[in-house]
Design a protein around this ligand. Structure first.
Ligand code: SAJ
Length: 431
């Protein structure tokens, strides 16, 4: 097993391909977007992620990695394309996974290993991917059969955006093969750069485990968001309450916020429920988290009520539109729904985000001074570290009204209060 063909050069496929290349394999990274393969071959990262630029340079300089728009014959094929969410039907959109599978099927040879890293609902590898591989392989009349002629494993990724490289190398990994040989071949491969433990299971269990992890996190965040709303009613600071509850050795409540975004936690729970009749809590948690932008808007409306009575056009400034702090990714960001609701309410919305380039988001991204000029209220949506070192006084001087609503509790509230700001924190009545 010397040559690997990785299909999909996104947030997971590209770092995976690079790690295999620097571990000694010959790797071709495939993406249908020529703009991506050209950039990568010029040693330019198509997205921001800690440590990847250096790794890309190292991999290309080793002459063991190159990017291409067409897949090639290899010993191992890794499918790492996105599985988007079909919002209308609340299920996984498998079109990219299916296309990627078809694109490698005709290249399959006896003894090859096919690895699916893309997230898929339980059963998809066996019911959908393997039949496509068997039906489309290009071996004349005989055809190739999974288990007998080629090997298949699901090796879901678990790395967190913002710390992808570290987690890819250090996290424990789950490998689900269609048989023992498939699992063992996949294990040998990942052992080349994974220092965490590698656990082997069945292909269906591996599919389920991946979805359970993200669903667990979504439900925990929904609980935190519900606690925040209860605390608000009860006049309690939810942040202090969560911190104290987490002192219990078996309690670990996550943080409330303006909603759950990204391409994983906000969508994967639906992949679990799409053909189950048994799910209750999972869809309820989704509902609670998806409702957070509306909840945040209602609190904001209360804060701005007095100004509205004065018949002013109210201007708000959003700090951070990415789906979470310290990343540049705006996919499925709760900021988008919040901005649309705020505009519908009649507010003028201006945006500042030190991690997002203007042009990379549906709305204009402004420099800090322009974004806060004559604003009536700052609303912190993503908790970027840069916001901590801002000077409330300098910002306040540019604003029309000194109000700030921190939905992440990421700022030093006393510092902003001292500069004359009315400070509102999500989940905390009177603070
Ligand atoms: N969030 C909260 N409160 C929290 C934590 C997160 O509101 O306490 C929000 C974030 O702001 C963001 C969303 O949840 O909008 C998701 O962010 P995240 O940091 O929880 O997760 P992702 O989507 O960046 O990455 C997750 C990770 N899964 C788990 O931790 C179980 C990562 O390990 C997975 O590899 C990744 O999904 C994936 O690709 O599946």
């Amino acid at each position: 097993m010397r040559k690997i063909c990785v299909v999909g050069l996104g947030y997971i496929g590209l770092p995976t391909a690079l790690l295999f290349a620097v571990s000694g394999y010959e790797v071709v990274g495939v993406d249908i977007k020529r703009s991506i393969t050209e950039k990568v071959n010029r040693k330019v990262m198509p997205f921001d992620e800690k440590g990847l630029q250096e790794l890309l340079i190292k991999a290309i300089d080793s002459h063991r990695f190159r990017a291409s728009t067409t897949p090639e014959k290899a010993d191992v094929f890794i499918i790492a394309v996105p599985t988007p969410f079909d919002k209308k039907n609340r299920m996984a959109d498998l079109s990219y996974v299916i296309e990627a599978t078809k694109s490698i099927a005709s290249l399959l040879e006896k003894g090859n290993l096919v690895i699916i890293e893309s997230t898929v609902p339980p059963g998809v590898c066996e019911k959908c991917i393997i039949p496509i591989l068997e039906e489309n392989c290009n071996t004349g009349k005989v055809g190739l059969k999974a288990k007998e002629d080629f090997f298949v494993a699901h090796c879901p990724e678990r790395a967190i955006p913002g710390n992808t490289l570290y987690e890819m190398m250090n996290n424990d990994r789950i490998i689900g093969g269609i048989d023992e040989k498939s699992s063992e071949l996949a294990r040998e491969l990942y052992e080349s750069f994974v220092t965490g433990n590698i656990y082997v299971t069945s292909i269906r269990t591996a599919e389920m485990v991946k979805l359970m992890e993200n669903t667990y996190r979504d439900i925990n965040i929904a609980l935190a968001n519900e606690f925040a709303q209860i605390a608000e009613e009860a006049g309690i600071d939810v942040w202090e309450a969560i911190e104290l509850a987490n002192k219990h050795p078996r309690v670990n409540i996550l943080k409330p916020g303006p909603g759950v975004g990204g391409h994983c936690i906000a969508v994967d729970p639906w992949f679990l429920t799409e053909d189950s009749t048994k799910s209750r809590i999972i869809s309820l948690a989704r509902e609670i988290n998806d409702g957070m932008p509306v909840y945040v808007l209602h609190i904001l409306k209360d804060m701005l009520n007095k100004l509205k009575k004065e018949n002013l056009t109210i201007t708000i400034t959003i700090f951070g539109v990415t789906y979470k702090g310290n990343v540049s990714d705006t996919r499925e960001t709760p900021a988008l729904k919040f901005i649309r609701l705020a505009e519908k309410e009649g507010y003028k919305v201006k945006i500042y985000d030190p991690h997002v380039k203007d042009g990379d988001f549906e709305y204009l991204i402004l420099p800090l001074e322009d974004a806060v000029q004559d604003s009536d209220c700052i609303v912190v949506i993503a908790d970027h570290s840069e916001f901590k070192s801002l000077s409330p006084d300098e910002i306040g001087k540019l604003m029309r009204t000194r109000k700030i609503f921190d939905t992440r509790n990421c700022l030093d509230r006393e510092k902003w209060k001292e500069a004359g700001f009315e400070v509102k924190i999500l989940g905390c009545l009177g603070c």
